[in-house]
Design a protein around this ligand. Structure first.
Ligand code: SAH
Ligand code: SF4
Length: 384
């Protein structure tokens, strides 16, 4: 909600499901079919200007401009990596808070076609204080509304629609002009903002609108046990990723304070139940901190911890993106050795390719850099 001239807060249409939009229009004396038309403009045409919605009567367009808005629109900074496969924006919310969103573009590999994945923020800041995470070091500001979450995806969707992307050096490959995946791996803890995150996912999933399949959405969590249990009961087939990062309580509590509240025994029990009720694989993210959690001993312990989940566990090894002097990224030999232990125990695993280093890619880094420079001079708004 943002204030308008009559001091009434404006309704952010991106926060509403289609039935809620129908209700909102009904309260204003409009016919129900107008909601579908409007939804179509927002999510199929990706329009963000009411005056361009040509099949709506002028009086309705004027009323919408007066009483509603289409998400936050101020982009404080937009950076593209040198290879243009990673793009990052800093979005300013109506109260001046700043959040980051990233678009990651992947060329086709083998049988799989190109992908365009948006990494979305769910909160301004984060309350969980993981020691390796730039966002965690900021503290918690506030939850994002569903509309503020949806807006991040639409920003990049519009950009790709306007200018489809083809990987440089791969002539002949089809250009990609739409978002194929979203991951809630930006700033904040999505399951701490459960209601708004689920609302945003349902809006983006709606077949009358953006129509992104739930299987193309991933929720990443620090391990909030009650919320994981709740998610397993939702009628939404999203992917679940657990930020594990250590296989023992002692080590995990050192880097992730949340482990004192929800220790590994409770977290693993929740994952087991999640798998039993959804029959879906769970990804375990494991940030590799050189000399801290990447030793052979911890590799062995990790394999033992996940063995009971069998083929339902996949480990994603993530060489840490250095945000403080306290941690270092392991070299390729150490990464290979760690992964080999997992393979030897039959644990499927992959390694996340580093990307976008030249644009401060780890979550929270751009805002930190921006705020440090803002102390010296106010940066301009990049696009209206
Ligand atoms: N709060 C959620 C989602 C946001 S963080 C969570 O913690 O899962 C998304 C992922 O990035 C998490 O796995 C997180 O641990 C990881 N991450 C945080 N800081 C990082 C860094 N400096 N380098 C690499 N990965 C990092
Ligand atoms: Fe928060 Fe996730 Fe960062 Fe931990 S890793 S501080 S939960 S955003």
């Amino acid at each position: 909600m943002t204030p308008n001239s009559s001091t009434q807060p404006k309704t952010d249409l991106l926060a509403l499901t289609l039935p809620q939009l129908q209700q909102w229009l009904k309260e204003r004396g409009e016919a129900p079919f107008r909601a579908k038309q409007l939804f179509n403009w927002l999510y199929r045409q990706l329009e963000n200007d009411f005056s361009a919605m040509s099949n709506l009567p002028l009086s309705l367009r004027e009323r919408l401009a007066e009483e509603a808005c289409i998400g936050p629109t101020i982009i404080r900074s937009e950076l593209h990596s040198k290879d243009d496969r990673t793009r990052k924006i800093l979005l300013e919310l109506s109260d001046g808070k700043l959040v980051e969103s990233v678009l990651m573009l992947y060329p086709p590999i083998g049988d799989s076609s190109s992908r365009a994945t948006v990494c979305v923020s769910s909160q301004a800041g984060c309350a969980y204080g993981c020691t390796f995470c730039a966002t965690g070091q900021m503290g918690f500001d506030r939850h994002l509304s569903a509309g503020e979450i949806v807006a991040q995806v639409l920003f990049f969707a519009r950009e790709l629609r306007k200018e489809p992307w083809t990987a440089a050096g791969l002539p002949g490959t089809a250009a990609i002009d739409h978002i194929t995946n979203i991951v809630l791996m930006g700033m904040g803890e999505p399951l701490h903002n459960y209601t708004n995150v689920l609302q945003a996912l349902r809006i983006l999933n709606s077949s009358d609108g953006f129509n992104l399949g739930a299987r193309h959405m991933t929720v990443s969590t620090v391990g909030l046990v009650p919320a994981i249990r709740k998610l397993s009961q939702e009628n939404l087939q999203v992917n679940l990723a657990i930020s594990l990062h250590a296989p023992t309580d002692e080590l995990r509590s050192q880097t992730m304070p949340v482990n004192r509240k929800y220790p590994l025994s409770e977290l693993m029990a929740a994952c087991k139940d999640y798998i039993a009720s959804t029959r879906r694989q769970v990804t375990f993210e494991y940030v590799l901190l050189s000399g801290v959690n990447d030793t052979m001993e911890y590799g062995q312990k990790l394999a033992e911890l996940l063995a009971p989940l069998k083929q339902f566990a996949h480990v994603n090894c993530i060489p840490v993106n250095v945000t403080t002097a306290s941690y270092q990224t392991p070299g390729p030999d150490a990464i290979r050795a760690f992964r080999n232990i997992l393979f030897e125990h039959g644990i499927s695993n992959s390694v996340r390719a580093e990307r976008g280093d030249d644009i401060a890619a780890a979550c929270g880094q751009l805002r930190t850099r921006f705020e440090n420079s803002r102390k010296k001079t106010e940066l301009p708004v990049v696009t209206p």
